[in-house]
Design a protein around this ligand. Sequence first.
Ligand code: ZN
Length: 183
Amino acid sequence: MTYKIIRSNRRSIGLEVKNGELTVRAPVFVTDFQIRLFVQQHIGWIEDQMKKQASRKTNAPAAGKLTDKELKDLTDKAKKVIPERVKYYAVKIGVTYGKITIRHQKTRWGSCTSKGNLNFNCLLMLAPDEAVDAIVVHELCHRKEMNHSARFYAEVRRAYPEYDKWNTWLKKNGGAILDRLPA
Ligand SMILES: [Zn+2]
């Protein structure tokens, strides 16, 4: 369990779970060891809070379903933006690729076929540019490694050092974006 410690003039240790992260507020005189012990003693409560918050998030109402017009605009935008990013990173990684297809799907951001054809979800246009790059790099690196091995991720991180950060962003926030796709 990782956590952030904030020390202050308080008298007792307090725990706070927010956005899946644990913050420990502690008096200045309490040692790191005592804090670790306190966290271990309250691990049940901490895990309960994390679970509760996670389920609250998935049950939250979508930010509004996209209309056909909005979906078409996102697709048009993706058809302009994504091929540019693919071209840039393909050179950087040193791979070729086939056809780029933009679609909208509820379950995935992108995919790469064994022939090197790339598919991307137009809903990526609702995510930050950095997250789009993370997906582009991920799919292009499958041109080198058709798996999710350590070697694959080493390629990904070499081409895009911020990969983990934006992959985590998508894991946290991507569900809400995908939920905007009409049923
Ligand atoms: Zn993959």
